[in-house]
Design a protein around this ligand. Structure first.
Ligand SMILES: *Cc1c(COP(=O)(O)O)cnc(C)c1O
Length: 224
């Protein structure tokens, strides 16, 4: 695996305006350092303790993106340094993120994860759940979080038209929320969608952040 070469190739296929998040979960800090030396600055992890263990071993100007299912009791590990939490999927989690943000004297940027795939196994809100959350006064009392957009994962399938349809659905969810709840909020601008196998479709459908792991770092060894 030539990490630097892989990053370069992916960058060449997407517009400069799309942010590439290099998903380094299960990969050693040495691999992250190689990517960093090749100019990559944004990294994604899906386990809070893994991310907080790697963070002090790497340069300070690196952006840490949390992309996995986040348990409320793990928020404290990442709150001091995380750049963006992509995977907020319930109000209670948002409430805890807000509390940890206050403790750290930070405003924490978050995306709302939507369940757009057919598979039951994937996490995320549905549209109505988010609407009722946004209409709730409790939500407006969370002053130390900033909702910056939406995130979703397509179904794991070879059917390109289905993947496209799901990404297109996420984009329309984004615009509906933008118009009704986040008009005038400059920060509400991100659509995080697209992984190694489907990022080109995601970009065509309006993705602003792609989360790419194996196409950069190679296959993951889950046994370790
Ligand atoms: C692992 C993971 C990715 C990256 O997956 P690849 O197929 O290796 O690119 C992207 N998003 C999330 C939420 C992930 O858990």
């Amino acid at each position: 695996m030539n990490i630097a070469e892989n990053i370069k190739k992916i960058r060449e296929t997407i517009p400069d305006s799309v942010k590439l998040i290099a998903v380094s979960k299960f990969k050693p800090v040495e691999d992250i350092q190689v990517a960093y030396n090749a100019g990559q600055r944004c990294f994604g992890e899906n386990k809070a303790q893994e991310m907080s263990a790697k963070q002090p071993q790497l340069p300070n100007d690196l952006e840490w993106h949390f992309i996995g299912h986040l348990q409320t009791n793990k928020v404290k590990y990442i709150a001091p340094f995380v750049t963006l939490i992509h995977s907020v999927d319930n109000y209670n989690l948002l409430n805890i993120i807000n509390k940890e943000a206050i403790k750290n004297n930070r405003i924490l940027d978050c995306l709302l994860q939507f369940h757009i795939a057919e598979e039951e196994t994937k996490f995320g809100f549905n549209f109505d759940e988010v609407v009722s959350m946004l209409n709730d006064t409790n939500f407006n009392e969370l002053k130390n979080i900033r909702i910056c957009g939406v995130m979703g994962m397509a179904t794991f399938t070879d059917d390109q038209s289905q993947i496209r349809k799901e990404f297109s659905n996420l984009k329309s969810i984004f615009y509906k929320l933008k118009i009704k709840y986040f008009a005038g909020k400059q920060e509400f601008k991100e659509i995080s969608m697209g992984m190694s196998d489907d990022y080109l479709i995601a970009v065509e459908e309006g993705s602003t952040m792609i989360r790419v792991g194996s196409a950069i770092f190679g296959a993951r060894d889950y046994q370790k």
